[in-house]
Design a protein around this ligand. Structure first.
Ligand code: SAM
Ligand code: SF4
Length: 320
């Protein structure tokens, strides 16, 4: 699919649940999250049929996310079924890693290619505080099992927060010394839960380059990946910088997002959504809905504008 601005859309991110077994400070409130009824969430067969239609239209990369995708009942069957669809080149999953130790091998056997694991601190206490109770050891063990299972290239997602984890940038970069992993620093975005306090904790990713001047840029020409890649001289792994705020990467945007409650978000930083079930009731086919969603992609986001209205959906209800 090609959008109005000549961008090729070949990447679909699907949130399979809005539930989560952690409560990261910037993503999901500890209390007051209304539980969605099962019938408000897309059924696994619906998700599968959306992927099939997407692939017919040229999607070749699918990422499952959440909430925490590994808490969705039936996720393994869904992965097997999606992995078998002809034309799909890359099937990945973003996870907080809590259940990886238990599931990594099965995920690989079911056809998942790789995982991104979110881990914002390498310090037990800080990790527990950010995630409101998470156990760092479990996640680190899960990462090891995922590597052994071959869910690679493995990427670690780190949301940078000023005064909370920015003193750990060096420790994270150190992880890339002997291993072919990618550590990706993500700028805190003013979305849902985080929109109220992101100004206080937001740290532009330029801080990483300023503090670690030895980082050498690699593959900066690849516009379709939001992460600008760097490497420390002689290190095996890479460092990715995802800078949605300080550097707009909209001209390389290649994706659409599907939420667990069946909305298509043509742009992460817009409140505009298409309601799949409503449009189906009105008689549109899934193919027509996907084409419509791509035609609705804006040229770029406007987060930096003064009039920008923060996104109301919390990230656990979008998928990142
Ligand atoms: N539960 C899984 C996880 O944590 O990896 C998948 C869903 S989570 C919403 C996906 C990604 O979004 C995570 O890497 C998380 O750190 C990131 N995220 C959530 N809220 C964010 C925010 N306000 N700004 C930047 N990244 C955010
Ligand atoms: Fe859960 Fe992931 Fe959001 Fe953390 S970032 S609360 S793990 S969905």
């Amino acid at each position: 699919m090609i959008d109005k601005f000549a961008r090729k859309i070949n990447y679909m991110r699907i949130s399979v649940t809005d539930r989560c077994n952690l409560r990261c400070e910037y993503c999901m409130p500890v209390v007051g999250v209304p539980k969605k009824a099962h019938n408000e969430i897309l059924r696994l067969e619906e998700i599968e049929s959306i992927v099939v239609e997407g692939i017919n239209l040229g999607i070749d990369k699918v990422r499952l996310t959440g909430g925490e995708p590994l808490v969705r009942k039936g996720i393994m069957g869904l992965i097997s079924n999606i992995a078998k669809i002809k034309g799909l080149k890359d099937l990945s999953l973003t996870t907080n890693g809590v259940l990886l130790k238990k599931y990594a091998k099965e995920l690989k056997d079911r056809g998942l290619k790789r995982v991104n694991v979110s881990i914002d601190s390498l310090n037990d206490k800080t990790y527990e505080k950010i995630t409101k109770g998470g156990n760092l050891k479990k996640v680190l063990e899960g990462i090891e099992v995922a590597k052994k299972a071959g869910l690679t290239p493995l990427k670690l997602n780190v949301v940078l927060m000023k005064g909370i984890n920015d003193h750990e940038i060096g420790d994270f970069i150190e992880l890339t010394r002997n291993e072919e992993i990618e550590v990706r620093f993500i700028e805190l975005m003013p979305i849902g839960q985080a929109s109220g306090w992101s100004n206080e904790y937001h740290l532009p990713n330029t801080a990483v380059k300023e503090r670690f001047k030895e980082l050498v840029p690699i593959d900066l020409e690849n516009k379709s990946i939001p992460a600008k890649k760097y490497r420390m001289p002689s290190f095996k792994g890479t460092v990715g910088l995802i800078n949605p705020l300080s550097e707009c990467f909209c001209d390389g945007c290649n994706r659409i997002r599907i939420t667990a409650d069946g909305k298509i978000k043509p742009c992460l930083h817009s409140n505009y959504e298409l309601d799949i079930r409503e449009l189906r009731k009105e008689g549109l086919s899934m193919r027509e809905i996907l084409i419509m969603s791509v035609s609705e992609k804006p040229e770029k986001h406007s987060i930096a504008d003064k009039e920008f209205k923060p996104i109301t959906r919390n990230m656990h209800r979008i998928g990142g």
